[in-house]
Design a protein around this ligand. Structure first.
Ligand SMILES: [Zn+2]
Length: 154
């Protein structure tokens, strides 16, 4: 009887501490973005790079500039902040959402600037393409790994 009771208490403690960690991981990042922040860290880790995103803020909200899907704001006295346009987010699939979040973290965390070079087929060489240039982004499940290699400088 006592053993069962101890087990139940242990489970409750574990569950509580898990959900606490979950919400503390990215304190100023909207829940929907957490998966993509996790993915960013995972992709970095698999390339031997340690990334801490606890100092990045993130939100999904309407962006007033037409054609703008996301942005990164550099702050001097606060965390850098990424914003993804609400409409673009709602219409995007998982892959495109990842592309947008990774691109903005490319600015806000990796301090990358836009790069509009094209590859031999005329596609954007980098996922840091500005989106205003002549190259077309070709971010697919097939090309994804190569783009992320380039993003992290591998
Ligand atoms: Zn950009």
């Amino acid at each position: 009887m006592n053993k069962i009771l101890i087990l139940i208490v242990a489970i409750i403690v574990t569950t509580t501490s898990c959900s606490k960690n979950e919400s503390d991981r990215y304190p100023n990042v909207e829940e929907e973005l957490h998966y993509y922040f996790d993915q960013f860290i995972e992709e970095a880790t698999s390339r031997g790079i340690t990334i801490d995103l606890s100092d990045i803020d993130g939100r999904i909200s309407p962006v007033s500039t037409p054609g703008l899907i996301g942005l990164c704001q550099f702050e001097e006295e606060a965390n850098n902040k990424i914003t993804v346009d609400q409409n673009s987010w709602d219409e995007a699939d998982t892959l495109f959402r990842e592309y947008v979040v990774f691109h903005e973290l490319g600015h806000c965390k990796l301090f990358r600037e836009h790069l509009d070079n094209t590859d031999v087929d005329g596609f954007c060489f980098s996922m840091m393409a500005s989106g205003t240039a002549s190259c077309n982004t070709n971010y697919t499940l097939t090309t994804r790994a190569e783009y992320i290699d380039e993003l992290f400088g591998n």
